[in-house]
Ligand binder design. Structure first.
Ligand SMILES: Cc1cc2nc3c(=O)[nH]c(=O)nc-3n(C[C@H](O)[C@H](O)[C@H](O)COP(=O)(O)O)c2cc1C
Length: 217
C-alpha cells in the first residue's frame, strides 16, 4: 500500500513540507513525497479532452502526477493560503486530477487528508479564515471525487513580511495587519511547525488514520 503526499509550498523544507513528511512517516507504509515546485503543472483547460481517455491532453508533468495519484492507495495534499485561498500550484494539481474521474472514478473510496499553512492567527474575527478556505478547497475536491476525507492539519505559518526586511517600516506590512498596531517583526518572531503541538499531533493522527483506513479495507 502506498500513500502519496503532494506539497504545493514553494519554500524549501517549509512548514508545510515538514508537516506533510511527518504525516506520511506516521502512516508506517510506503510513501512518496512530491514537491510541486519541481514540476510544471498547468491548470485544467476545461476542454474535456480527458473524458474518453482518462488522460489529460496538456503535455506537461500533470499527466505523470495524475498517474502517480491514480496508482496510490491514499492521498495527502498540502498547500498554503496566499490571499486567503489555496495556492495556485496545489489548485492546478487538483484540477489536473479531473481525468481520473470519468466513468471509473479512480479516486473513489481512497482515504485522503489536507494540510494547510496560513498566517491568520486563529480566532481572528477581522481577517478572512484563510486556513478554512485552503482546507476546504482540498476537502471538497476529495468529497466530490467520493474519497474518504480522514482529517486535516492546520499550521500557523509566517507572513512573508516577517522575513522580507521591510517588516517594521512598510505601511503595507502584514505584521501589523495580522497582529495589531504594536506588533513588530521581533515581537512576532518566526514560527515553526514543530513548535505547534496541536499541529504536530494532527499530522501524526492524520497519518495513522489513513493507515488504519487502508488496513481495514
Ligand atoms: C503572496 C502571499 C500572500 C499571502 N496571503 C496570505 C493570506 O491572505 N492569508 C494567510 O493566512 N496567509 C497568507 N500568506 C502567508 C502564507 O500562508 C505563508 O507564507 C505560509 O505560511 C508559508 O507556508 P510555508 O512556509 O509552508 O511555505 C501569504 C503569502 C504570500 C507569499
Amino acid at each position: 500500500m502506498k500513500v502519496l503526499g503532494v506539497s504545493g509550498s514553494p519554500i524549501k523544507n517549509s512548514n508545510t513540507d515538514r508537516a506533510l513528511k511527518l504525516a506520511l512517516e506516521s502512516t508506517g507504509l510506503e510513501t512518496e513525497f512530491i514537491k510541486l515546485k519541481d514540476y510544471t503543472v498547468e491548470p485544467c483547460r476545461a476542454c474535456l479532452g480527458c473524458v474518453k481517455t482518462n488522460k489529460c491532453v496538456i503535455k506537461d508533468d500533470g499527466i505523470m502526477l495524475a498517474e502517480k495519484t491514480k496508482e496510490a492507495d491514499a492521498l495527502i495534499v498540502a498547500g498554503f493560503a496566499p490571499y486567503s485561498s489555496l495556492d495556485a500550484r496545489t489548485k492546478a494539481f487538483i484540477e489536473r486530477l479531473y481525468p481520473l474521474r470519468h466513468i471509473h472514478g479512480y479516486m473513489a473510496g481512497k482515504p485522503g487528508g489536507a494540510i494547510i499553512t496560513c498566517a491568520v492567527p486563529s480566532g481572528s474575527e477581522m481577517l478572512p479564515p484563510a486556513c478554512d478556505f485552503g482546507v476546504n478547497a482540498i476537502k471538497f475536491y476529495m468529497m466530490e471525487e467520493g474519497m474518504e476525507f480522514v482529517g486535516e492539519v492546520r499550521i500557523m505559518g509566517n507572513v512573508p513580511c516577517i522575513k522580507c526586511g521591510h517588516g517594521d517600516e512598510c505601511k503595507m506590512s502584514g505584521v501589523k495587519m495580522l497582529y495589531g498596531p504594536d506588533a513588530t517583526v521581533a515581537s512576532v518572531g518566526v514560527g515553526t511547525f514543530e513548535e505547534q503541538p496541536e499541529s504536530v499531533a494532527a499530522a501524526i493522527k492524520l497519518g495513522k488514520g489513513i493507515a488504519d483506513k487502508l488496513k481495514s479495507k
